[in-house]
Write a protein that binds this ligand. Structure first.
Ligand SMILES: Nc1ncnc2c1ncn2[C@@H]1O[C@H](COP(=O)(O)OP(=O)(O)OP(=O)(O)O)[C@@H](O)[C@H]1O
Ligand SMILES: O=C(O)[C@@H](COP(=O)(O)O)OP(=O)(O)O
Length: 434
């Protein structure tokens, strides 16, 4: 059964709105968005329409209440500018997608994607964009929750395998030589399921995805097959890791949304930013140190405005080398220019001498030039991403150099404890509360 809700405003005469409502048929309620040029008072609209009219200063809360109370399946927008602007419409669309309700206007239609229930307790780690630090946070969450569970990470990525692939990071050691072998077969050996298995020593299942929609769903992916496999595995907690700004279409027990203090603000406040943020129990704002305190606080404020219920953490990343760097002359290779100086300082505090750096891990041509210029090093210290295996590891092995991969460890800069927050979230999910 279709329960239609209409969005209306005071820029239309009540007779005109009633005329449209009659033409639609089966309208169960309305939400008044504002505007008063063509109405006396709201009671007049209510009397003319003869259906409940919800309203409030916060139109999103009024709409959510109306949808839930009336079992609405479709929201139809009979409003127009200047009452609604495009930002408002995306907020309405974000709410509708979260609640699984279609949103239709004169020349647009957003249909909700079914978000399946996972077969086991689950947490999703999703991002608002590429390289905001989702894999770093996903790995951290898995490492932390190993204390109270046996987690399994399901990743998806554009470089992921066509059939879901299990990597047993609990017992199998991923060496540079092993990853180099995969790269020689033409595989993306730095894909997230290898990175997580290596950095967090947990079992992972890697999946391919192709295409990302505006709200975060992928056009094709093989996550359903991975979830089927996970059913028969002994792990008691599933961690779904998104890819770029996309994420698996599963309704996880809890959500951690990762964004960056350098993220364009309109991607948080506007478009489908509110969808990704409003799913979250916990929001991690990364790059807080390099962005500066003021900017990080501004992003945190937007997050709190969009989702007042979320626990917001401001973090920076510190490199956590997976091998000993002390006393070694090293070259540092990363995907992001901004991370270079903080990472260099930290490696030097661990006793390494950083002779060369390259921020060009995702730009293969520039990277090859950088590698050719590196002289006198014992080891290359590199993130397991992008061209870390097919270019950097192969080059290092050919030149008899040690390869030391490193993880990006989130560290709070706001005095809070992400570790404690993750443990609390994990307990609540495992306790069956979600
Ligand atoms: N101190 C730092 N300041 C800023 N950036 C940093 C710092 N340390 C590390 N970085 C960068 O943070 C990024 C974290 O990347 P990560 O792969 O975790 O993000 P992601 O959202 O999972 O990306 P993807 O969409 O590829 O899966 C890397 O590009 C890394 O170089
Ligand atoms: O291709 C993949 O498996 C991931 C990780 O890529 P790298 O971090 O290894 O580049 O990229 P995504 O599609 O999620 O942006």
């Amino acid at each position: 059964m279709v329960g239609k809700l209409v969005l209306i405003d005071g820029e239309h005469y009540p007779d005109v709105t009633a005329w449209a409502v009659e033409r639609l048929g089966d309208v169960c309620c309305a939400v008044f968005l504002g505007g008063g040029e063509k109405i006396g008072d709201i009671g007049e609209v209510e009397r003319r329409l003869q259906i409940p009219v919800y309203r409030g200063d916060d139109y999103i809360s009024a709409l959510e209440k109306a949808i839930v109370e009336n079992g609405v399946t479709e929201v139809i927008d009979l409003s127009d500018e200047p009452v609604v602007d495009y930002e408002m419409r995306f907020r309405v669309a974000s709410l509708c997608l979260r609640l699984g309700v279609a949103y239709r206007g004169a020349d647009f239609l957003f249909t909700p994607r079914e978000m399946k229930r996972p077969p086991k307790p689950s947490i999703a780690v999703i991002g608002t964009g590429k390289r905001v630090g989702k894999t770093a946070v996903g790995g951290f969450v898995a490492r932390t929750l190993k204390e109270i569970s046996r987690p399994l990470i399901i990743t998806m990525g554009r470089g992921g395998p066509e059939r879901p692939e299990v990597v047993d990071g609990e017992s199998f050691e991923l060496t540079p030589e092993f990853l180099a072998g995969l790269a020689r077969q033409g595989r993306h050996a730095a894909s997230d399921h290898f990175e997580d298995a290596l950095t967090s020593r947990v079992t992972t299942i890697g999946c391919r995805r192709c295409g990302g929609g505006m709200a975060g769903f992928s056009f094709f992916d093989v996550v359903d097959e991975a979830v089927e496999m996970a059913k028969t595995m002994p792990h008691d907690l599933l961690i779904f890791e998104g890819s770029g700004a996309s994420f698996p279409a599963y309704r996880a027990g809890a959500y951690i949304t990762v964004t960056s203090a350098l993220q364009r603000e309109e991607y948080l406040r506007g478009y489908f930013g509110p969808f990704r943020l409003s799913l979250a129990d916990l929001v991690v704002v990364t790059m807080a140190e390099v962005a500066g305190r003021e900017r990080a606080e501004r992003v945190a404020k937007i997050v709190r405005e969009v989702n007042p219920g979320a626990d917001v953490h401001l973090v920076t990343f510190r490199p956590r080398p997976l091998g000993d760097v002390s006393g070694k002359r090293v070259a540092l290779v990363m995907t992001n220019e901004l991370g270079i100086e903080p990472a260099r300082r930290h490696l030097e505090s661990l006793g390494a001498e950083v002779l060369h750096v390259s921020p060009n891990l995702s730009r293969r041509n520039l990277l090859r030039g950088d590698l050719a210029s590196f002289r006198g090093v014992d080891a290359v210290v590199v993130e397991l991403k992008a061209a870390a295996v097919d270019v950097v590891t192969l080059w290092a092995l050919e030149n008899g150099l040690e390869v030391i991969y490193f993880d990006n460890e989130p560290v709070n800069v706001d005095g809070k404890s992400l570790r404690e927050a993750v443990l609390a979230l994990g307990r609540s999910v495992l306790g069956g509360g979600r």
